[in-house]
Ligand binder design. Sequence first.
Ligand SMILES: C[S@@+](CC[C@H](N)C(=O)[O-])C[C@H]1O[C@@H](n2cnc3c(N)ncnc32)[C@H](O)[C@@H]1O
Length: 549
Amino acid sequence: MNFMQFETAQKLRGGFYTDADIADFLTRWVGVVRPQRVLEPSCGDGAFLEAIQKRASARLKTVFACEINPEEAAKAKTRTGAARLEVHVGDFLRWFLFHAREVEAFDGALGNPPFIRYQYLPEEQQVLAEKVFGRFGLPFTKHTNAWVPFVIAALALLRPGGRLGMVVPSEVFHIPHAQSLRRFLAEQCSRILILDPEEIWFGETLQGTVLLLAEKKYERAERSQGVAVVPVRGRQQLGGDPEAMFQGAGYTNGSTIEGKWMPVFLTREERALVSELRADERVRAFSEQASVDVGIVTGANKFFLVPDKVVEGFGLERWAHPMFGRSEHVQGLVYTQADHAANRRAGLPTNFLWFQEESVEDLPANVRRYLQAGLTEKLETRYKCRVRAPWYKVPSVYVAPVAMLKRAHNIPRLVLNRAGAYTTDTAYRIKPLRATSEALVLSFVNSLTCLTAEMEGRHYGGGVLELVPSEIERLLLPVVDASSAQLAAADERYRKAENDLVFLRGQDAAVLSKVGVTKRDQEVLFNAWSRFRGRRQRLPPAEETHEAE
Ligand SMILES: C[S@@+](CC[C@H](N)C(=O)[O-])C[C@H]1O[C@@H](n2cnc3c(N)ncnc32)[C@H](O)[C@@H]1O
């Protein structure tokens, strides 16, 4: 969790500027429609304005720019000169909502809108952001980020056939809060091309970015050709012809782009194979096989999850229960008593402290001393502790037969909870509905399920895959039986495997073969998964090939 007070002023303003080659590339693409009027909604010190000036045709009449920061706006003006340029110092969304109706539509929109989380925006800007969604009847969520309403508003200001070229976060493909924007783009645009760099271009933001090239429909009734993505390796490609890339890309439409846009990364063959398997009765949605619930929320993990020495020090044995949480603590597909004992010996926080007494009076002095230590740290004022009474009584405590760690580096996995341990909010609690726990855990690791996890899940700067319960429910799972002995053998293979990829390939042969997926199709699924994983982790392809061997 990041806290606003620790963020820099530059970050809170979304003030990371675009390099000249990127600005020039997007400007050349928008320039193909020979624009008369161009919009730059948040011009900063004028990177795009300079590119526009350099590339301007004689037809260009007006460049209208907004910038909330007066000093940056002044720099932008001096950098590019006043000719044809109007810089509005103020909030773009305010201008859009209250003044844009007074101006003619734009032929082009260029820029790099601010990336600022909704909760970091001043209240007034939060209201403006929400109003932008409201104007187009688009669902709004407080998880949004400033760049989303910026792109919606800029696109709305374009004339039919106008072009929008912008730098946006790569989460545009998958982040749930950008669903309204994805829908708006798909409805409004004839074609949307996304250039997807393999490396991070704005290193200081730690934010993966992509280039969004969207062409607005000429007529409302026109059928959209959909979305295309082109991976970009290195910056040299930016010297090429953007229009040739735009015209030459293979666009996909229909159900592929109704939700997240991740299926756009699949080839035609891969897409057909996944659709075929989705329709196969031997493959089911995870939600049909098992239920997913969040883990125990303590509200103060350091206090409630402790190593043996704290239990012994305070004499808390009666209140201590076995637990596991982090992936480093779970070495296999089964969490055994032996694993638990090893974690205890290593001094890991293997105990969950569950105080169920309603009143501190009911507790002995040693426990009260421990709770007092929590009060000294003001834990009772923390949100999750504050909203329950008494603050130390953790709710919704039960053990699930299977756990799934929320985050995965390479492949997500389920863990059979043979030690009967509790799991906290780093893991989900899974209960099998149709399958046995053993079958569920064993069949979960395979390239089809892993690929759907990449398509459904989300990832941030660090490249770790994270799934929320609704995303897990949509994963595709081959329905395969497994005995305890088969799971034990798989568990051993997992623990001994040279790496996750070797294990995954073995699982494909064992699990996918049983539901009729041929060797060749296993290969297709594995390669697709490996490409998605490589993109998420920004691995150079060489490393990927090597690892996959
Ligand atoms: C990512 S920077 C990009 C600047 C410039 N477009 C570029 O590409 O170099 C985003 C800019 O948006 C400005 N900004 C932030 N909130 C704004 C708002 N509500 N209206 C207009 N500009 C805003 C910031 O001050 C910052 O200069």
